[in-house]
Design a protein around this ligand. Structure first.
Ligand code: DGJ
Length: 725
């Protein structure tokens, strides 16, 4: 890895064995983008645009020639000077003008990686990292923008963010500060994103990038199940296994905008950052603002390699230390078994069976503090309903621990019910616009996390439960979007800060939790996967992917999330059939196979299982525990398959490969398929753990497993291959 600055400081080349990222300072003033992609040894000026004098455009004297900003590849573009494409930055001056310039000032390189105050960010850990810091400024208005670029080891990604400082003596209003902007040459690209809704997250959308702006985003206050803060631009031939992919991901949990623009000449600009529609930040003289971090990932090996770059970065440089790289306990969650109607008796029966069937953690979900058996009340008070659970949470924990299981508890700390003591006492603690009707969601309002008194209350409440040491796990849920976004404490000139300040407040509480109780396993959740993002995964060690536990739908949902996150953080539970969300009936084995390579749990009333089913579950947990250790940290692959009727996943380590192939439907149009393995050693031999047959790694990867057509819908075919020594 190295960062070189040559030609008198004009060329900045960030490089490791996987990628190169090149910028140039043109005419001593303009910072422009030259290249991002597969690593090149030395940049000598290839790809510099040859300008063509156009009619009805603008002209700028630039070195030897006059250029038009219409297609000038600005590294951090702004509006007003002749670049009419999407700006990455905008600031309003006291005189009301939204206008500024950004002129290159200096560049320096240092070892290590910046951390961002109050925001989650990747850490270099013990791996070598280098950062380029480029300063641009508008001296006329006292504006300084520092652009940061970091490479960590040999990982194929660049990590970017910006710091914006007011160095002058007037107040500035930051209207837009994207976390990155990047230019790609005029070629054909497909735009890929993950869209969804409650109970169907993580669906792929892929289309050819056309002229104009194509954008996704969230203004729901959280990253949302509607869109993941991710998109990729990829060569039209790219698949799981081949092709060029540029993948962009934002380390942030709030409102975001992700967009790509294909200009009239075919050039492409990509951007992502905080959504400017719900953002305006006051910068008083001397104040600074830092954007969230974005990961710019390059893969020459299809979507799998993009995923591997993300997985490696997040496993080794983002996830909370105590659980990263460790196997997670197999849990039984009470939600689908009890919903709100919890009792000590039910807990005891389920925990007893859970232990007998090989589970390790019992999670008491919603209901334990509710006055009734619905979502209408009590949120915010967090006092255990002792009519349901005499002896309180301490008693429930004692029962569960007594069975030899760990005990986990559900909270939704950010919410407050209209019917609650907390709301009666502190109505102003909820997000609200005085004088207007407040919008309820699931009979809840959200607390104004930008307020310190609110955060102190929540920390105190969580502390009162955690300090006893009875709680080994927390499920941190959040079940409604942000509306009436206003903090009554913010002055008029800071109202535009409320959405971002909510997220900063959330991160403050989660940071406190991580630091104070590092051994408590925290699972993130937001009506399933509505806030499943790398910002949250800086604080929580796993995330519930979806309220939809149907094995068939889970193939799409988990394939989607696996583009970005390694399997051990993606919550996947085996539930009852007919499935509570879809009514679908799938075989128990398929439900297990769909969950097994991920963060495995069970979420069903175990008393409703037949003896045969219980025996199967006992066998599953036993098998899972054995293979979990061996597969932990392995490389996860999604495979290109013969047709859409199949999904294939595998996890490969040095010694073992676990692969699962799902046949969605029995379809006579399908024949026995050949499913090629990936990531094996072609020189090594592998033993099929079940049949004892020996296959060559090359044979398995080039010819592949033959899987017969089975007369059953939702069938799963699993294989374990052990490398022969
Ligand atoms: C939404 C979550 O996604 C579910 O798993 C469950 O915890 C409910 N909330 C409880 O209210």
């Amino acid at each position: 890895m190295d960062i070189t600055i040559h030609q008198n400081g004009q060329i900045i080349h960030i490089r490791n064995s996987q990628i190169s990222y090149v910028m140039e300072v043109v005419d001593g003033r303009y910072l422009v983008h030259r290249y991002f992609g597969k690593s090149i040894r030395r940049y000598r000026g290839m790809g510099v645009p040859r300008y063509f004098k156009r009619g009805y455009s603008t002209e700028h004297e630039c070195g030897q020639e006059y250029v038009s900003f219409d297609d000038f590849p600005f590294e951090y573009p702004l509006r007003g000077h002749g670049d009419f494409r999407m700006p990455a930055f905008a600031v309003t001056q006291e005189n009301g003008l939204t206008y500024s310039d950004l002129i290159f000032q200096s560049v320096k390189v240092w070892d290590g990686k910046p951390q961002i105050e109050g925001l989650p960010s990747l850490n270099a850990g013990s791996r070598e990292a280098k950062t380029v810091e480029i300063i641009c400024a508008d001296p006329k208005i006292g504006l300084k923008v520092t652009l940061y670029y970091t490479v960590i080891g040999e990982i194929g990604a660049v990590i970017r963010h910006q710091k914006i400082e007011n160095t002058g003596d007037q107040v500035l209003y930051l209207q837009n500060a994207q976390s990155f902007s990047m230019e790609l040459p005029a070629r054909e690209y497909d735009f890929l994103s993950l869209y969804g809704t409650h109970a169907k997250e993580g669906n792929r959308d892929r289309f050819r990038l056309h002229h104009g702006v194509q954008r996704i985003g969230s203004v729901r206050g959280s990253s949302s199940s509607q869109h993941q803060p991710f998109f990729a631009l990829m060569s039209p031939d790219a698949s799981e296994e081949k092709g060029e992919v540029y993948g962009f991901h934002l380390i942030y949990s709030g409102n975001f905008l992700a967009q790509a623009e294909r200009d009239q000449f075919g050039n492409v600009r990509a951007q992502m950052g905080i959504h400017p529609d719900t953002f305006c930040w006051k910068l008083a003289p001397g104040e600074a603002f830092e954007t969230p971090e974005a990961v710019l990932n390059y893969s020459g090996g299809g979507l799998n390699q993009m995923s591997h770059n993300f997985h490696r970065l997040y496993r080794e440089h983002l996830f909370p230390g105590n659980f990263a790289g460790k196997t997670r306990p197999i849990l039984l969650n009470s939600w689908e078994a009890m919903y709100y109607d919890v009792s000590l008796e039910k807990i005891e029966i389920q925990a007893d069976l859970a232990k007998k069937l090989g589970m390790e953690l019992f999670v008491l979900d919603d209901g334990w503090f509710r006055a009734g058996n619905d979502s209408r009340s009590s949120m915010g008070d967090w006092i255990c309903n002792e009519k349901k659970l005499p002896g309180g949470i301490a008693k429930a924990a004692e029962i569960v621990h007594g069975k030899g299981l760990k005990f986990g508890l559900w909270f939704e700390p950010e919410a407050v019910s209209r019917k609650s003591r907390l709301y009666e006492i502190h109505p102003d603690w909820a997000l609200n616009v005085p004088g207007y009707h407040m919008t309820e969601g699931r009979h809840e309002y959200l607390l104004d996390l930008s307020r310190e008194d609110v955060r102190d209350y929540l920390k105190g409440m969580l502390d009162s439960y955690l300090k006893s040491g009875d709680i080994d796990y927390i499920k941190w849920d959040m079940n409604r979007p942000l509306t009436d976004v206003n903090s009554v404490l913010l002055s008029a000139d800071r109202k535009g800060e409320a959405s971002h300040r909510y997220i900063l407040g959330l991160y403050d509480i989660l940071g406190w939790l991580k630091e104070t109780y590092p051994s408590v396993l925290v699972e993130g959740c937001s009506s399933g996967g509505a806030r499943f993002d790398p910002g949250m995964l800086y604080y929580v060690s796993q995330n519930w992917a979806s309220d939809n536990t149907d094995a068939f739908d889970r193939l799409t949902i988990q394939s989607g999330f696996s583009l970005l996150y390694p399997p051990e953080v993606i919550g996947a539970h085996v539930s009852i059939t007919p499935n509570h969300q879809t009514g679908r009936v799938t075989p128990l084995d398929t439900r297990y196979q769909a969950a097994r390579l991920f963060n495995l749990g069970y979420e069903l009333d175990l008393t409703k299982c037949s003896e045969e089913e219980k025996e199967k579950i006992r066998h599953q947990t036993e098998e899972h525990r054995k293979e979990q250790e061996q597969l932990m940290g392995g490389t996860f692959y999604r495979h290109d398959v013969p047709n859409d009727n199949y999904v294939m996943w595998s996890v490969v380590t040095e010694k073992v490969c676990a692969a699962v192939i799902f046949q969605k439907f029995f379809d006579p149009l399908c024949s026995h398929g050949q499913f090629r393995l990936l990531g094996l050693d072609p020189e090594a031999d592998y033993e099929d753990a079940e049949s004892g047959k020996i296959w060559g790694g090359d044979e398995l990867m080039q010819i592949g497993l033959t899987v017969p057509l089975v007369k059953e819908d939702f069938h799963a075919f699993a294989v374990i291959l052990r490398r022969k020594v």
